[in-house]
Design a protein around this ligand. Structure first.
Ligand code: FCB
Length: 461
């Protein structure tokens, strides 16, 4: 393993950013001292969260943030990607700012800077204030103005100190897992709502970019989950195109100024009339961004139903999340992570190269990458060799893509801590640090040591 770390470290360009990522709802806890979010509403319905976990205490990060920042220092990372909880800053989504809530992020950002770690702030990582959901959430036309208002609160306070801004995290998941399908909050299960939510998320992104620019925020971007769809047989090709259209092109095409992908609009006319779209929004969505974040975990391998023995049961492997797609089977090939996701670093290279063709001239960051594995604790230690292999394999792929011409500037591991994995609760652990759900004790896994060694050995500027 040592050799591999040395080789990876040697290939890391001096200005390449290595970081770790988290999100507010998954780690913060202390939900009683903020406004309510759609994830508390979703978690309150029995059966929605696999182990019945709720927002509290999560990783109790609100109280343990200093200790958590020290973990980042111990890892030796350049950057930390975190998200702000909208209802902690604006309990009702708009209107009165909660100074204590905003103050938490103020201290967090200063704490990062004191430790010489760059703050990378995600404005929206899925925890919409419930009061905005009651107006229709991402199906409400006014949502983009509320998002602009929320952005302005953050930009005014933090534009001088935040190194990189992401407007949204994985809007595909917000729209298609939360509105088209019902496996994430708000759990709508209505295909037409999924497309409308997707569009309104894009409009909100555009308005947020505008506000960030007004406040001279540095490095403004967005984090998308993008991947490669692999059709195992000719019969699954049409489905692969449709799925690629919904997960990748529906976002990249408008951001790159090409408008909505016409094949997707045509193929979904029986689902939605797209009457919410207008040209002036599309023009603002195309406003330049400084970087694109790519969250990559696994490829999606599919086949005609009749050619496959069994269909996948992993997260994200439901046709409801890809409305209008002809029937197919999900056929992930092992090795699989605990999420049921295929481990395939080569598809990261393909994804980066395809995305560069679709969105040329914009620097990329891998804003999330990682895996859930069983992580047994033996004598107080977590020897997560599977995760180390996952990281080493994907870092190798990322650097290969860069060496072959992709303008990739950094890589963020998901995640710093074991945390609340949304509808999976505590049943899936992605952390570099193990978190004991009862005692909140943090323990470095072997994978944390891997990143510490990597950062210690890489060439310095
Ligand atoms: C991504 C999410 C992140 C985490 C990982 C495993 O889709 O952005 O919050 O849940 O998956």
């Amino acid at each position: 393993m040592l050799v591999k770390i040395d080789e990876l470290a040697r290939r890391l360009p001096v200005d390449f950013r290595i970081g770790a990522a988290t999100s507010a709802w998954q780690i913060e806890g202390s939900s009683q001292i903020r406004g309510r979010s759609i994830w508390e509403d979703f978690a309150a319905i029995p059966g929605n969260i696999r182990d019945g976990a709720g927002a509290d205490p999560a990783c109790d990060h609100i109280n343990r943030w200093k200790e958590d920042l020290d973990l980042l220092s111990w890892l030796g990372v350049d950057s930390y990607r975190f998200s702000v909880s909208w209802p902690r800053v604006l309990p009702k989504g708009t209107g009165k700012v909660d100074d204590a809530g905003l103050g938490f992020y103020d201290r967090l950002i200063d704490g990062l800077l004191e430790r010489d770690i760059e703050p990378v702030l995600t404005i929206y990582h899925w925890d919409l204030p419930s009061d905005l959901q009651s107006k229709g959430g991402w199906n409400w036309e006014g949502i983009s103005d509320s998002f602009a208002e929320y952005t302005e609160v953050l930009a005014k306070k933090f534009a001088d100190r935040v190194s990189m801004w992401a407007t949204l995290n994985e809007p595909y998941c917000a729209a298609f897992l939360g509105y088209a399908d019902k496996v994430m909050a708000p759990g709508k299960g209505n295909p037409a709502s999924g497309f409308e939510a997707a569009y309104r998320l894009l409009v909100a992104h555009a308005k947020s970019v505008e506000v960030l620019r007004q406040h001279k925020a540095r490095n403004v971007g967005v984090a998308l989950n993008l991947t490669t769809f692999i059709a195992e047989d000719a019969g699954a090709q049409a489905a692969a195109n449709q799925m690629d259209g919904i997960m990748n092109r529906l976002w990249l095409d408008p951001l790159a100024g090409r408008g909505l992908p016409t094949d997707i609009v045509e193929k979904t006319r029986n689902i939605t009339d797209w009457s919410f779209v207008n040209e002036s929004d599309l023009a603002s969505i195309a406003a330049p961004i400084d970087w694109l974040g790519i969250n990559y975990y696994n490829p999606q391998r599919i086949a005609s139903p009749r050619t496959s023995e069994k269909t996948g049961v992993g997260n994200g492997q439901r046709l409801d999340a890809y409305p209008g797609t002809p029937p197919i089977a999900f056929v992930p090939k092992g090795p699989l992570t605990e999420m049921g996701w295929e481990v395939d670093p080569s598809s990261l290279i393909t994804t980066l190269k395809t995305t560069q063709q679709r969105f040329p001239g914009v620097p990329f960051y891998i804003t999330e990458n990682g895996g859930a594995f069983p992580d047994p604790i033996v004598n107080g230690e977590i020897d997560d060799q599977d995760r180390v292999n996952y990281y080493a394999g994907h870092l190798d792929a990322a650097l290969t893509a860069r060496e072959e011409g992709v303008d990739l500037r950094g890589y963020f591991a998901w995640s710093l801590l074991d945390n609340l994995e949304w509808a999976e609760g505590w049943t899936k652990r992605f952390g570099l640090f193990h978190v004991d759900r009862e005692t909140q004790k943090r323990t470095a896994k072997r994978s944390a040591n891997f990143f510490r060694e990597l950062n210690a050995r890489r060439p310095k500027a």
